[in-house]
Write a protein that binds this ligand. Structure first.
Ligand SMILES: Nc1nc2c([nH]c(=O)n2[C@H]2C[C@H](O)[C@@H](COP(=O)(O)OP(=O)(O)OP(=O)(O)O)O2)c(=O)[nH]1
Ligand SMILES: [Mg+2]
Length: 305
């Protein structure tokens, strides 16, 4: 297929994140490969330039704005006919100035999961899907029969991960059925840690794989959303190879090292899929986790497991 020594061109791209959840796409100007396709604004990293500096330069050149706050998010390699690129996507939380079209390109604010422009650059499908993943993964592990309390404690739109190994299957099925209407009404996602074959037919959006399931599966289970528990770099690589939608990375904090720093070690190598940082019962706030490259954080209901 592709020879491994083919030159890979580093590229940065950024999603401007508006307070109402909208993000911006731009159309590629005439004269470039894939002209007219929609992309996240950005471009090639220049020799000697840091990824962040390249992002700031590209947004200044293409849109006339100054990026003031951005966090690294996902990295993917894609092989086009014209080039092989390593794309590092940032999310941009703050900027100075009003976006303007400096290269004659069109721009559009889009809502995650409800994009209206097309066609999209071929490498970007999974990235767009990742943008619609909530900020919080809420893991249930206490008093699972109290569904009202479970739902009341959700921080707005969330991925609710039902992780209840002590329940009998009929109890778990009843719990999922009770939770589904409200989770879906809030725009959230309902996933369960369970056998994928057994889950089929229940009102869930997907399955969350245990480390053991991740190690033994050879194909991605057939659900809209599939995530996994990961506690090693090998697990992270497997999740990427199975094209999962997210991972929860278990972190440990010590007296001298915050959990976030351990996360930074995981993510220092580029990773293609969104990470929820799971510091157990310890607190790792969303902003700190994002600084280290996480997508979001795991909140454990009922405290420590
Ligand atoms: N900017 C951007 N590029 C992307 C995205 N997805 C994706 O596959 N790419 C690819 C397309 C191109 O092969 C490459 C970006 O190169 P580019 O041609 O836009 O680079 P540039 O803005 O520096 O333009 P130029 O100065 O070289 O003309 O990355 C994306 O979302 N944004
Ligand atoms: Mg560009």
């Amino acid at each position: 297929m592709h020879s491994s020594n083919k030159k890979i061109i580093p590229v940065v791209a950024g999603a401007l994140m508006r307070a109402d959840g909208a993000f911006m796409l731009g159309s590629r100007p005439a004269g470039k490969p894939y002209a007219g396709y929609w992309e996240f604004p950005g471009g090639k990293v220049e020799p000697g330039e840091s990824l962040f500096d390249a992002l700031v330069r590209e947004f200044s050149e293409e849109m006339g704005i100054t990026v003031t706050q951005a966090t690294p998010w996902l990295t993917r390699v894609h092989h086009y006919e014209h080039a092989s690129v390593e794309l590092t996507f940032f999310r941009i939380w703050a900027w100075d100035g009003e976006p303007q079209s400096c290269e004659g390109q069109a721009f559009a604010w889009q809502m995650p999961g409800q994009e209206t422009v097309s066609p999209m650059l071929p490498a970007n499908g999974p990235i767009l899907k990742s943008l619609s993943l909530p900020d919080y993964c809420v893991r249930t592990c206490s008093n699972p029969t109290d569904t009202a309390a479970t739902l009341a404690a959700l921080p707005g739109r969330a991925l609710l991960l039902v992780d209840e190994p002590a329940l009998e299957r009929h109890e778990l099925a009843a719990l999922l059925q009770a939770l589904a209407p409200d989770v879906h009404a809030s725009g959230g996602l309902l996933l369960a840690k369970a056998d994928p074959a057994w889950l089929t037919g229940l009102p869930v959006d997907g399955v969350h794989l245990s480390q053991q399931a991740l190690d033994t599966l050879t194909d991605r289970p057939d659900f809209p959303w599939v995530g996994a528990e990961v506690a090693s770099l090998a697990g992270l690589a497997r999740a990427g190879a199975l094209a999962l939608d997210y991972v929860c990375v278990a972190l440990t904090a010590t007296d001298t090292e915050p959990a976030g720093r351990e996360l930074g070690t995981y993510l220092a190598g580029s990773i293609p899929l969104p990470v929820f940082a799971d510091a157990g019962g310890a607190v790792l706030d969303l902003d700190a986790a994002r600084t280290y490259g996480a997508h979001g954080v795991v909140l454990t209901q009922g405290g420590m497991r």
